[in-house]
Design a protein around this ligand. Structure first.
Ligand code: SAH
Ligand code: SF4
Ligand code: F3S
Length: 450
């Protein structure tokens, strides 16, 4: 039987889909990226914004026709929307066979087998900590050089706008030894770069405490140092950290470890102190800038990306301008700007003074324009410079040219040299830049890092 898995939402969800594909393929199921070819269609869903839910429901809704044409297929929903709307999904979508919440993903093979055997509909939403250890399988593509490892699940922060703590449960961390083992297996299979994942990664190993630790305590820094010693692992990245967890130890460790990339996703959400407070984000604009400043002093070439929400309840023009000012000061190289979307059950959904949609649209556009200008300018400063690039492979737009990424997460496009392969480290002299990419030529291959 062939399985098609479609993913919505964040990298944590992408990783869950990959783990699901890994589990099912090890049991003999085929994995296909063509839904027409599939006997089982699984939708791994997201609830973070209303639009994310509507997109998935729309897509699953139109599959009624496919199921009429091919009554033998199975359709399942997993992930955050499954957790959020469980029963309701089975009622509203009569052609759906199973719904699996975020705490039960590791049970997917059993649940699927039951559905097939009994030909009845299944709903599984209970929390089960086995999900933390039961999801370590991978499903790698050929020539894949980068892989995800989930190091924590859930979130304890309860930012007032956010549904994640409700749909993913309380934060739990894996053991360092387990993570190292998973990383070693991946490196043995040709992986050169690992992206560590968690809703609040830098809180790793702190036992779910929402208070950021003192300056010299950071189990997350210990994890980075441990993974840095794996022979053959060239790069470590991670996402997403909550700003207040960047203490001195973590910053010093990041700067000292050769594998840790100098690009950081550091969610700002807002630059206005009173909006940050209403969001239950425990830092001020000034404190955020101090953290970014410390990171930049330790790693002068570091690039930052961020998440920002426009139109949070009560956001005035002045609040918005405070966000714009912090963004200009940090000088992000990428930013995901979201229009606030009320989520039922969260504290912010009950707040008065919701911002009109057209104001959200305007603010969104202003920030996107600021960003595009800034990134083009940042990239143009790299003209004439030599940058180190990890080779990914032929570029999607023009397969005669190859692409790769710098440690600072810039895409570089160049002509491949003889014998070049994915995962190689090369030096590229940049001779042209756009807001999207750096264009250049390979100059010399540096010595392998230990
Ligand atoms: N754990 C991650 C974020 C996960 S959600 C972190 O804290 O960095 C990804 C992003 O979606 C958030 O950073 C936030 O900017 C955005 N987001 C979350 N809830 C939202 C909502 N209700 N409306 C609009 N954007 C939202
Ligand atoms: Fe949501 Fe905040 Fe947790 Fe991120 S830290 S997942 S924004 S509650
Ligand atoms: Fe969405 Fe769940 Fe991720 S709500 S953003 S898929 S944790």
């Amino acid at each position: 039987m062939k399985v098609y898995i479609k993913t919505y939402g964040c990298q944590m969800n992408e990783r869950d889909s990959e783990a699901a594909a890994g589990m099912l393929s090890s049991l003999g199921y085929g994995i296909t990226d063509n839904e027409e070819d599939a006997d089982i269609l699984i939708f791994n869903t997201c609830s973070v914004r209303d639009q994310a839910e509507r997109k998935a429901i729309g897509k699953i809704g139109i599959l009624t026709r496919l199921k009429k044409r091919k009554p033998g297929i199975y359709i399942g929903i997993m992930g955050c929307m499954a957790q959020n709307r469980g029963e309701e999904l089975l009622q509203e979508l009569p052609h759906v066979d199973f719904v699996i919440g975020t705490g039960k993903l590791h049970k997917l093979p059993e649940i699927l087998a039951e559905t097939i055997k009994k030909r009845n509909r299944q709903l599984h939403l209970e929390e089960d900590h086995g999900v933390l250890t039961g999801m370590g399988t991978h499903f790698l593509g050929t020539n894949q050089i980068s892989a995800y490892i989930a190091i924590t699940r859930g979130c304890n922060r309860f930012c007032s706008y956010c549904i994640v703590p409700y749909v993913r449960g309380r934060e739990i961390s894996r053991e360092i030894g387990d993570i190292r083992h998973e990383a070693e297996i991946l490196v043995g299979q040709g992986i050169k770069e690992i992206m560590l994942l968690g809703q609040n990664v830098a809180a790793f190993g702190l036992g779910g405490d929402i208070n950021p630790p003192p300056p010299e305590v950071s189990p997350f820094a210990d994890l980075l140092a441990e993974l840095n010693t794996i022979p053959g692992l060239k790069r470590l990245r991670f996402t997403s950290p909550y700003p207040s967890y960047f203490n001195d130890k973590l910053i010093r460790t990041m700067a000292a470890l050769p594998t840790v990339c100098h690009s950081l996703h550091l969610p700002l959400q807002s630059g206005s102190d009173h909006i940050l407070k209403a969001m239950n984000r425990h830092y001020t604009g000034k404190q955020y800038l101090e953290i970014a400043g410390k990171l930049r002093s330790a790693m002068p070439d570091i690039t930052f990306s961020t998440d920002v929400i426009v139109g949070f309840p009560g956001e005035t023009e002045e609040d918005f301008n405070a966000t714009r000012a912090v963004m200009n000061e940090v000088g992000y190289d990428n930013a995901y700007i979201f229009k606030y979307s009320p989520r039922q059950g969260t504290a912010a959904a009950k707040m008065e003074d919701q911002v009109p949609q057209e104001v959200k649209e305007q603010r969104n556009q202003i920030l996107l324009d600021d960003l595009a200008r800034r990134v083009a300018e940042h990239n143009s400063r790299l003209k004439g410079k030599i940058v180190e690039v990890m080779v990914e492979g032929p570029s999607k737009r023009n397969s005669e040219r190859w692409c790769g990424r710098t440690s600072t997460n810039k895409v570089a496009i160049f002509d491949p040299s003889d014998g070049m392969k994915s995962g190689d480290m090369v030096m590229v002299k940049v001779n042209r830049t756009t807001a999207m990419s750096l264009f250049g030529e390979v100059c010399a291959i540096p010595e392998e890092k230990p």
